[in-house]
Design a protein around this ligand. Structure first.
Ligand SMILES: [Zn+2]
Length: 333
């Protein structure tokens, strides 16, 4: 069960034991960064709690599971999904919830409310929710999702059992991506997983060329490959030309630096670890691996860090580019 959520082994095991032993609290709080799978997990918990099949639940085949999976179960009610801005989760929604909560479930023993973006509840909304959390109808269960529990009232937190979701490691993330978005190359999955630091939700949007984030990511990886080629060519003029292209595109340069760093890292790993997976199969990375010495790779990684630091400190951008170029040229000498 819960296999559609990546990583978080201990959390999933704990929940499974609680659900199968019917020892789940009536209020659960799932905390984690956007994209770590809070929504996936909340829906799985709801499905498992309402499942009419045998253990381990959710069985995935009973009528209740079918409805839950299709998002048409009348006793699973989701709210707050649109409340993505701070303080945009208003008391009206909670008032409605409170009225509904006192109506018995439609077809199950339990009625489950999933509250997205709980961190964006206004204080009034939180206080209204608190009232129903304090004395809930016995058939009601709440699953609160939030990015950071510190934005919730202590009184709410004290009534919830909290769980924190961690993003999976990059390898696991890449594997999940192959299942969720089939048809792309291993390099693309790996690059997105690295870029999103294992966060599956963010990686998925990076892989979606339609999304703004995806488009930006593609541009950054392509730009980084171009720059990497200029770096290992050892041709000072080519490097200068490649870098000066960014004089008026600071944002793109800022975005390509982490990609470039990752590629240089992979290139140097590839020297020592046979069959090392990941970005290593990109042509530019392969070439860099044979052309850059280990020492030069280390120097370049340092130079990238320095450039990132200078940009953060708001050093004149043209100066950043000029010294980046000069330092890269020196790294090969
Ligand atoms: Zn079931």
């Amino acid at each position: 069960m819960f296999e559609s959520l990546a990583a978080n082994r201990t959390l999933k095991d704990t929940l499974a034991v609680m659900i199968n032993g019917q020892r789940l609290s009536h209020a659960i709080l799932l905390q984690g960064e956007p994209g770590t799978g809070k929504r996936t997990l909340a829906r799985l918990i709801a499905q498992a709690v309402l499942c009419q099949g045998k253990e381990p639940r959710p069985c995935g085949v009973c009528t209740s599971c079918y409805k839950a999976e299709k998002g048409i179960h009348p006793d699973i009610i989701e709210l707050g999904a649109e409340a993505v801005k701070p303080m945009s989760f208003h008391i009206d929604a909670i008032r409605e919830l409170r009225q509904g909560a006192f109506i018995a479930p439609n077809e199950s023993e339990i009625k489950i409310y999933i509250l997205h973006n709980a961190q964006n509840m206004t204080i009034q909304a939180q206080n209204a929710l608190l009232k129903v959390l304090e004395e809930p109808p016995e058939y009601v269960m709440f699953i609160l999702l939030c990015q950071n529990r510190s934005s919730l009232l202590e009184t709410i937190l004290s009534r919830c059992v909290s769980f924190t979701l961690e993003p999976p490691d990059e390898q696991t993330c890449a594997r999940v991506l192959t299942e969720r978005k089939p048809g792309l190359s291993q390099e693309q999955y790996q690059a997105a997983a690295v870029e999103a630091e294992g966060n599956v939700g963010r990686a998925l949007s990076l892989l979606d060329p339609e999304s703004e984030e995806g488009e930006r990511a593609n541009r950054a990886w392509e730009a980084a490959q171009g720059l990497l080629k200029a770096i290992y060519s050892g041709d000072e003029f080519a490097l200068l030309a490649a870098v000066s292209r960014y004089e008026k595109q600071k944002e793109t340069f800022v975005q390509l630096l982490p990609c470039l760093k990752q590629m240089v890292k992979e290139a140097s790993l590839k020297k020592y670890i046979a069959g090392h997976s990941g970005l290593a199969s990109l042509p530019a990375v392969k070439e860099a691996s044979s052309r850059l010495s280990a020492l030069q790779s280390v120097k370049i990684l340092g130079i990238i860090d320095v450039a990132v630091g200078r940009i953060r400190q708001n050093v004149n951008f043209n100066l950043v580019l000029a010294s980046f170029c000069a330092e890269i040229v020196n790294s090969g000498k």
